[in-house]
Design a protein around this ligand. Structure first.
Ligand code: HAM
Length: 416
């Protein structure tokens, strides 16, 4: 066992797995780029106050922050998500053209209990739109996430939606829930959640809580006319686009900044505690809470790690690493292979070679294993006549041929 291993909840992602990471990011960038979103990059570390605005009653803030004092005595934290940082950036830079439509990708940190699909460092891709209070925007935002999953090839995804109403509706609902649960039969854990955040009791997956939760008041009973109309427009828009959804009145989400529309994408194959592949909603008060002007906002973040697990489970989106164009076999000392691979790469081909001056047989084995289309072979005769042997590696791909070194690139171009 080596002296050092990754810390709990932290993982190395090795090749070829990293290719899937890049591919997922590329699909995401394509989908949101086509809808006019520009990429934003915010710091991994922010003033801890940026994150406490996520909600003082959420586990993400009270238990899971990687917060510390830096050498200047500032209270800072690794980011547990990106929405708060994006709103901080909006309040700081005050972009003039609204809506401000941004997308992001990157790691986040939460000190959670690690298990499959739940890590302490995990990646998200997401979007945020600031400055527009239009229910049709909610539809567009949800539709973009759906389109991303479709483009990846995932089919077992359920979109779950709810509306938390206006802040006053939500506050009245929280009071009603607190009163109802006060006399209900709940587990110890849910009793303690009730004291901090009555909404989150609805999230309990414990069997003993199920009956109490089933009889709890529903948020829809507390929607003001405006909130109900907003939600109806969102649902009609989704239907119009042919996007399937389930209205789940008990969906509350883990972060506190939401109001009105909230949604989650649940995978069909992961354990229920980790089956949220992504989620989002409206957070109209967050920019203001961070010192900016009152600004409506909506967005989502999708967990990259969980999305890739769902891809594995559904058997889509496999390894698509492209084979090499050429593997250079040099049995005259290695210098020629260095030069030829450099030439090939400069001409835009992918090329690799063997090292340590190994035998012809050993190098051909490597060429086979590399899955290259061609082996380019240099022995004593070729060195003397300034030529190379070009050998197609696939069965039935024709015979090898000897050609002048200077013809190699044009020949490969003609055959690619
Ligand atoms: P969230 O629900 O906390 O929302 O996280 C979004 C997604 O990130 C989750 O559905 C999950 O796939 C992934 N995720 C969260 N925690 C972990 C973890 N410990 N390990 C692996 N994956 C994880 C947000 O972060 C909000 N900022 C979303 C948002 C954007 N709302 C509005 N705009």
């Amino acid at each position: 066992m080596p002296a050092f291993q990754t810390s709990p909840g932290m993982r190395d992602i090795l090749p070829p797995d990293t290719a899937r990471w890049r591919r997922l990011n590329a699909v995401f960038a394509d989908v949101v780029g086509a809808a006019g979103y520009g990429q934003i990059i915010t710091p991994l570390i922010e003033d801890v106050g940026v994150f406490t605005r996520i909600g003082e009653a959420t586990d993400v803030v009270t238990k899971e922050l990687y917060a510390f004092e830096d050498r200047g005595g500032r209270h800072v934290s690794l980011r547990p998500e990106l929405t708060a940082g994006v709103c901080r950036a909006f309040a700081q830079h005050r972009p003039a053209a609204l809506p401000w439509k941004v997308w992001y990708t990157g790691p986040n940190f939460r000190q959670e209990k690690a298990q499959r699909g739940r890590y302490r460092q995990f990646d998200q891709v997401g979007i945020e739109v600031l400055g527009v209070d239009d229910a049709h925007l909610d539809v567009e935002v949800i539709a973009l996430a759906s389109e991303f999953y479709r483009r990846l090839g995932l089919s077992q995804i359920t979109l779950v939606v709810n509306s938390l109403g206006e802040p006053e509706d939500r506050a009245a609902y929280v009071d009603a829930l607190a009163a109802y649960f006060a006399t209900a039969d709940l587990t110890e854990q849910s009793r303690s959640t009730l004291e901090k955040n009555p909404l989150r009791v609805l999230d309990s997956k414990r069997e003993h809580d199920a009956a109490a939760i089933a009889g709890a008041p529903k948020i829809s009973e507390f929607h003001s006319d405006g909130a109900a109309a907003h939600f109806a427009t969102v649902l009609a828009g989704l239907t119009r686009l042919g996007i399937d959804f389930v209205v789940e009145p008990k969906l509350v989400r883990g972060l506190d900044y939401y109001r009105r529309t909230i949604f989650e994408f649940q995978g069909g194959t992961l354990d229920s505690a980790q089956n949220a592949l992504g989620g989002g909603g409206r957070y109209d008060g967050l920019v203001e809470a961070l010192g900016g002007p009152a600004t409506p906002g909506i967005g989502f973040a999708l967990g990259v790690d969980r999305t890739l697990l769902a891809c594995d489970d559904e058997g889509v989106f496999g390894d698509d690493s492209a084979p090499l164009d050429a593997f250079v076999v040099d049995v005259v000392g290695g210098q020629e292979a260095v030069a030829i691979t450099a030439e090939l790469r400069a001409a835009g081909f992918t090329a690799d070679r063997g090292y340590d001056d190994r035998s012809m047989k050993a190098q051909m084995k490597l060429a086979n294993r590399s899955d290259a289309r061609f082996a380019v072979i240099v022995g004593d005769d070729e060195l003397a006549s300034d030529s190379v042997i070009l050998r197609p590696m696939a069965r039935d791909a024709g015979d090898q041929q000897t050609m002048s070194r200077s013809d190699l690139i044009s020949h490969l171009k003609a055959h690619s």
